[in-house]
Ligand binder design. Sequence first.
Ligand SMILES: Cc1cc2nc3c(=O)[nH]c(=O)nc-3n(C[C@H](O)[C@H](O)[C@H](O)COP(=O)(O)OP(=O)(O)OC[C@H]3O[C@@H](n4cnc5c(N)ncnc54)[C@H](O)[C@@H]3O)c2cc1C
Length: 609
Amino acid sequence: MTEALTIEGLVPRLAAIAGRENVITDPLELRTYECDGLTSHRAVPALVVLPATAEETAAIVALCAAAGVPFVARGSGTGLSGGALPREDGVLIVMSRMRRIIEIDPVSRRAVVEPGVTNLSVSKAAAPYGLFYAPDPSSQVICSVGGNVAENSGGAHCLKHGFTVHHVTGLEIVTPSGELTWLGDGTGVVSGYDLVGAFIGSEGTLGIATKIVVKLTPLPEAVHTLLAAYPTMAAGGAAVSGIIAAGIVPAAIEMMDALSIEAAEAAVACGYPEGAGAVLIVELDGPASEVEAEVGCVRSLCMKAGATEIRAADDAARRAAIWAGRKSAFAAVGRISPSFIVQDGVVPRTALGAVLGRIASLSADAGIRVANVFHAGDGNLHPLVLYDDGSSAEAEAAEVLSGAILDTCIEYGGSITGEHGVGVDKSRYMPKMFDADDLDTMQLVRCAFDPASLCNPGKVFPTPRLCGEVPGARRGTHPAVAAGQAELFLWFTERAVVLPSARLARPCALRGASSLGARGASPPGAGGASAARPSRRASAARRPGGVPPARHVYGTCAARHVRGASPTRRVPSFPRRTSPSAHHTYQATHSSRRTPPSPPHPYQWPQGP
Ligand SMILES: Cc1cc2nc3c(=O)[nH]c(=O)nc-3n(C[C@H](O)[C@H](O)[C@H](O)COP(=O)(O)OP(=O)(O)OC[C@H]3O[C@@H](n4cnc5c(N)ncnc54)[C@H](O)[C@@H]3O)c2cc1C
């Protein structure tokens, strides 16, 4: 068994699980996986394995756990914070072979998908039923739903429709010890700990999602897109405030500045109004009569804020033409700069003008251009910091400027990430946003899932710190336990770990932790950053500018139990269909075995009444 403790010794065992052709050991092939969308961080994994099933994934993780080898899940590798950065001494588990859409149930408006399926293909599969999957990251053609779950991904339309966390109702996961189990029952209603909520946005540090139950949303009856041009960003910002103040919640409000318009024009000839200092894209969707009324209202608010030109589109082709520039904006910047950093920060919407002004002066002081493309409706900025990577001095200055932008977001009561996550890139900023107690509390949650710290180690948390990055369960009595604010739990492993009690989890601690940007903090449509929930950090409340609004995190963990749930859970419980052949109630078996050799297939799809 000594052999199994080395990476080389894992190869034949992994091959026995997934097939030799799905275990990559060739150094050149391994380089394919050395980074995600954040190419400034690279590490060649020791091994790559591509499982085809949940059971294979569980067996692979169990093997890594037994061997004490770190492992990292990877979806499509489009992440922008280095979340899927491999470990040179570890195994990269690539989920791209698991891309089945297992079931679409139009009656309960749910789909069950494997994690490697791409975001857009869920909507394509649901379209014949008049449904779609609402979270729409700009990378939706390629990014995986598993990656979306890990990052709690958003997109342009999340202002109204919500984030991944609002659209996932159940998860089959492999725990870091290799156990296949379910979180949530597919209904989206849970008593006790909201473990689905805890898992979503945990950036691959709590386990690997192997099946995902998602909500499907009816396609809107009408969609109308407006493009308004402004001489300045401030004028565009005034239009955003006016629209929200009027009580209208558009599906999307996006803004681009002059530099990003220039880049988009160079890349896709989007034909946005010449000489505009800013363009605003406002999309309204819903019942036709409602959209019609709102379009008139938005149009006049845009004019009132000083729009120099307004274009409108209500058919798919013309709407796509309006979106072309915005959708291509990140890549387009490559046309006007050899290299650039995609930053992701959040500020309360009310602070947008001030923060954009500060970014402009930071940019001028550093002599480095910054293009701004952002989700204006919920204060999620994506400053693109342009630099020449041929000059190390310029690269360093760009990095410093990028950090200064995040400092500004925090200063104004915002967050270090809105939707791209903390990953490896922003873990160093975590102590700026969270104090030691907060970080410690988040670690407790992480340790409850992964006391050995083998699951995507080195991400999210500044390292090394406390139990999360020091292998093994926390030693000694945790101060939170001593203070009566946390309880001891046994879960997944036989080791004792502490999990914060309800008193600790609410109101002050867990929401707003880790991958914790601001987008998605509030229910969809509630106004993003400026309407973040009261469950925020007490320490942050003392900071000038207020508390950072929270997006997702290690949770909405309420108190109560995790182990000892009924061994057979209904996952999920769909309403009965009227058609006899389509009456589904499907069940998943919750296995408490550590490494189930051949667990029963989690779904049974009984046919007929
Ligand atoms: C051009 C471009 C535009 C983008 N636009 C947006 C946008 O609009 N909104 C947005 O939110 N993001 C956006 N992103 C970022 C990125 O696409 C998202 O974060 C996406 O969710 C990552 O999915 P992925 O499959 O590529 O995941 P990966 O990059 O492979 O992994 C991301 C994280 O998920 C973990 N992970 C992957 N699969 C699993 C699994 N099955 N179980 C557990 N953990 C897992 C990984 O360990 C890693 O931590 C954009 C990226 C690019 C390149």
